[in-house]
Design a protein around this ligand. Structure first.
Ligand code: MN
Length: 244
């Protein structure tokens, strides 16, 4: 599949994303690349990509994958990406297409359960097995009738019932990069991006953040301390300038 749309949307002299000029590496059918990139752009979403015929078929999943087979996650098909995009983690400059922070959230390989992938995509019902670090086992992508823009195709990403199905919120439980163990805020910091905005894509309990510490609720201990420090009038005791 052509990368024309991918290339048209991006300026490779400004963005560190791969240009797609390199020849796609030749993989045997048994080791096709699979990747999920967590992307804090205008909206936080997870880009779900499967290598097929020399490019990465791509879907933007706003809520990310769910391990719960009763949960269907909307997946908007977007332009094919070059295969080398699978290892891209970093900062797309603000103002560029997809500007924001990108994390390789999960990576590995996939294999088709549908015997004819092209026919399954055409039909809108692709069954496959993931061999990722976080996502494993059997899944399906099913095309669904339009939500929103008619230029994008809506699919649903659903976990099949198997040993890897779970009620665990994987996005919350495993928020870090599969290749660098970094959070979005750390990737943004390292890449000179917007750290505060990237941090809004990290779970609140995931790591230290100065902005988060400010709004952290007071513990009972610190409440007691503050109370004890106050005078009977409810105001903090006055200090004489000389006491310092
Ligand atoms: Mn994206």
């Amino acid at each position: 599949m052509a990368l024309n749309e991918y290339k048209k949307k991006r300026r490779f002299d400004v963005s560190p994303e791969p240009s797609g000029e390199k020849t796609a590496p030749k993989h045997p059918q048994s080791s096709l690349t699979y990747v999920v990139q967590k992307h804090r752009a205008t909206q936080l979403h997870y880009d779900f990509r499967l290598e097929f015929r020399g490019t990465l078929l791509s879907w933007a999943v706003p809520k990310g994958p769910s391990l719960d087979p009763s949960v269907k996650r909307l997946a908007m098909q977007v332009e094919d990406h070059p295969v080398e995009y699978a290892s891209f983690e970093g900062v797309i400059p603000e103002g560029e297409y997809g500007g924001g922070t990108v994390m390789v959230w999960d990576t590995g390989t996939w294999s088709a359960e549908s015997p004819d992938v092209a026919a399954a995509l055409e039909k809108g019902d692709l069954k496959f097995t993931l061999h990722g670090k976080k996502l494993k086992g059997s899944w399906v992508l099913v095309r669904t009738r339009g939500f929103g823009s008619s230029t994008k195709t809506s699919w649903l990403l659903i976990k099949h019932r198997d040993d890897f199905a779970s009620s665990v919120d994987i996005a919350l439980e495993k928020p870090r990069s599969a290749i660098s163990n970094r959070l979005l805020s750390q990737i943004a910091k390292d890449g000179g991006g917007d750290v505060e905005r990237a941090a809004t894509g990290d779970p609140a309990a995931a790591g230290p953040s100065t902005s988060r510490q400010k709004i952290k609720p007071a513990t009972s201990k610190s409440v007691q301390k503050n109370t004890a420090a106050k005078s009977a009038t409810g105001r903090a005791p006055k200090r004489r300038k000389t006491s310092a």
